[in-house]
Structure formats: structure tokens, C-alpha cells
Design a protein around this ligand. Structure first.
Ligand SMILES: NC(=O)c1ccc[n+]([C@@H]2O[C@H](COP(=O)([O-])OP(=O)(O)OC[C@H]3O[C@@H](n4cnc5c(N)ncnc54)[C@H](OP(=O)(O)O)[C@@H]3O)[C@@H](O)[C@H]2O)c1
Length: 331
């Protein structure tokens, strides 16, 4: 038997524990071409809130079904010549302790590049989002000011640190003094601005005396509006995420985009699915940066699949501190 977490009800506003259910799944023997994988880490990501409401472009879940999600695990039984017991793999397994997966849907991962949990964070989909959005869409020049929101998260912290590696000034926006302090002392941002303070607009202006050349937006709403008001001539905005809206049933009124026109700025929508051809290139580059101490990562690890719903609720309240992961087993 294997524990799995299901969608019990569609959340109204912030998700609560009542929105999640539990089932015990009977695990069949893997068939030809299949693997049995024991999950070591489950990734918790903001997009899952949209999945729970039926508003996501790539994933869906019905009431009573197991929630989808990316996992890293270890192969226990392989009926495919390309995998052996003991291999570490990454795949879409869902909120489960044990999964049966077709071999072609699992990707072998190399634990010598970086710890295996990072394949769900800095070396995974969030890291690639940061790399593709910053290096391919924004393409900033040395000396330019790059501002990113949700800056302590896996996307934002990677954006800021790659900006530094490219010779830019990195300004992070995050909620609360502890997160802002972490941006400066651990991730090496030049400035950190707390958007929850009443004087946010003045502090943002002080942190960006030469205006904003690249704004990498992870949240939307009032933070996007404040950054739009500080754009440099020919600035670029990368629209990556709108977490400010994910818990809201009605889309709030949009920001005033007039200054985007005045600044001749370019806004580009970022969908990480378009950039998976760069994943190997990114992993090679980023693992070098990690080993050289230039790219750090932060993980917020909850132990035990039964605690995944509480950890997801915490993520959607903005209380996670770094890449949100559930550890099911000690690797
Ligand atoms: N376009 C794509 O292909 C793509 C791919 C991956 C991720 N994304 C998006 O990128 C963004 C960051 O993702 P991530 O994985 O790095 O997540 P994350 O930073 O771990 O996400 C949670 C953080 O968002 C911040 N936040 C800001 N406003 C919030 C609000 N109203 N409610 C709750 N949290 C709020 C919170 O930090 P503070 O306390 O600092 O506010 C919270 O800790 C998300 O919007 C995600 O959907 C987009």
C-alpha cells in the first residue's frame, strides 16, 4: 500500500487542509517497460493552485483524484534495460509515496552535479524558468538594474544571482524583513525591498536610482504596478507569474500599462515549456555555478507525504522560505 494525496474540494481563496484527501493505493508489479519508483522528494509549486481550480494550461485534476506534481525518486524495480535499481530519476509522479511509471517518462538524474532535490528547484523547472527568462528573453547588459519579485523563491533567487553573474545590479522584492535580509546576505542581491511595508514605493525608488532596466515579474498586482512606475527607457518586463491572483476567484482590475508605452518597454510572456531544449545547457552551466559558489539555493523541506497539504497551504500563504519540497524518504 502507498499513501497518496487527492483533491477533496476546489479551494475558495487560500487552500485549506479540508481541500485535500488521502487514499491508500495498491501498488501493482511494474509491467514490461515500466519502473517502480520510491519517491524521495515531491515538488510543491504555485501553479498547482491553478490546477486545483481547473485554470492551468498544462495540468488538470478531478475531484477525488491524486494531485499531479513533479518528483525525484529512486528506482526500486526496473523492467526496462535503460534503468537499474538504485538509479535516481525525475518524473511527473503526483503526490504519492510509490509510483509506477513508463521508462520513457522518467529521466535519469546525475547526483554528482548537485543534490538530487535540486532537480526540482534550482536545477529543475524553476531554475530553467529563471535562466530562459533572464538570459534569452530579457538579455540584460552588465551594469543594468534587474528587479525580481518573489525573490527568495526558486525562480526569483536564481534570476537575481544569474543577474549578478552577468554583471548586473540585482534588486529583490520579497515579503518581510527576514526574506529581505536573506536576499542580501545569502543570495548576494545588491538591494532588497519589502513590499509589505507602507513605504514600499519610496524604498523601491531608492533601491533603483537609475530606474529599472529589467523587471522579472513573478507576482503581478500592486508590485507590478509599482515597478512599471520606475521603468528606464527601453526597459523590458518579463511576465512570469501572477501569484498575487492565484487565490482570488475574480481577476482583480489590471495595472495601468500606460508607462510601459511611454518607456518604449517590451513585455514578454514567459512559458517555461518553450525552453526545455535548453535544460541540459542550463544544468551544465548552473551546476558549475553551484560548485563555484556563485549560485546558491534555499529549500523549505517538509517531512512526510501526509504533511504535504499543510506545506502547500503554507506556500500559498506566502510563508515558504525557498523552494518548497516534501521529503518522503531519506535518500
Ligand atoms: N511562466 C512560467 O513558465 C513559470 C514557471 C515557473 C514558475 N512560474 C511562476 O513564477 C512565480 C514564482 O514561482 P516559484 O516556484 O519561485 O515560487 P515561490 O517563490 O516559492 O512562491 C511562493 C512565494 O510567492 C510570494 N508571493 C507574492 N505574492 C503572494 C501572494 N499574494 N500570495 C502568496 N504568495 C505570494 C511569496 O513570497 P513573498 O513573501 O516574497 O511575497 C511566496 O513565498 C510564480 O508566480 C509561478 O507561478 C512561472
Amino acid at each position: 500500500m502507498s499513501l497518496a494525496i487527492t483533491l477533496a474540494s476546489v479551494p475558495q481563496g487560500e487552500p485549506t487542509l479540508a481541500d485535500f484527501g488521502q487514499i491508500d493505493e495498491i501498488i501493482a508489479e511494474p509491467g514490461p517497460g515500466e519502473l517502480r519508483v520510491r519517491v524521495l522528494y515531491l515538488s510543491l509549486d504555485p501553479y498547482m493552485r491553478g490546477v486545483m481550480s481547473g485554470r492551468h494550461m498544462g495540468h488538470s485534476v478531478t475531484l477525488g483524484s491524486v494531485l499531479p506534481g513533479a518528483v525525484v525518486g529512486v528506482v526500486e524495480v526496473s523492467h526496462d534495460a535503460r534503468f537499474s535499481a538504485g538509479d535516481f530519476v525525475q518524473c511527473e509522479g503526483g503526490w504519492r509515496e510509490i509510483i509506477i511509471v513508463r521508462a520513457e517518462q522518467a529521466v535519469k538524474i546525475d547526483p554528482t552535479l548537485a543534490p538530487i532535490s535540486t532537480y526540482l528547484g534550482v536545477l529543475g523547472m524553476p531554475g530553467l524558468t529563471a535562466y530562459a527568462g533572464l538570459c534569452y528573453l530579457a538579455d540584460p547588459r552588465p551594469g543594468q538594474t534587474v528587479v525580481v519579485s518573489a525573490a527568495v523563491g526558486p525562480v526569483g533567487s536564481t534570476v537575481g544571482q544569474i543577474a549578478k553573474i552577468l554583471g548586473c545590479r540585482a534588486v529583490g522584492i520579497a515579503g518581510g524583513a527576514a526574506k529581505c535580509n536573506h536576499l542580501i546576505t545569502q543570495f548576494g542581491f545588491d538591494e532588497a525591498v519589502d513590499y509589505k511595508r507602507d513605504d514600499f514605493a519610496q524604498r523601491l525608488a531608492a533601491a533603483c536610482p537609475n530606474s529599472i532596466d529589467v523587471y522579472f515579474d513573478n507576482v503581478g498586482g500592486a508590485v507590478l504596478e509599482a515597478c512599471i512606475g520606475r521603468l528606464a527607457l527601453h526597459a523590458k518586463i518579463i511576465l512570469c507569474g501572477l501569484i498575487d491572483q492565484y487565490n482570488k476567484d475574480q481577476r482583480p482590475p489590471g495595472p495601468n500599462l500606460g508607462p510601459v508605452i511611454g518607456a518604449r518597454a517590451t513585455m514578454k510572456g514567459l512559458v517555461v515549456y518553450d525552453h526545455f531544449d535548453k535544460l541540459d545547457e542550463y544544468r551544465r552551466t548552473a551546476s558549475g555555478w553551484i560548485k563555484a559558489g556563485k549560485l546558491r539555493y534555499l529549500e523549505d523541506v517538509t517531512v512526510g507525504l501526509a504533511n504535504a497539504p499543510a506545506a502547500f497551504c503554507k506556500l500559498m500563504r506566502g510563508e515558504n522560505f525557498g523552494k518548497s519540497l516534501v521529503q518522503l524518504q531519506v535518500p
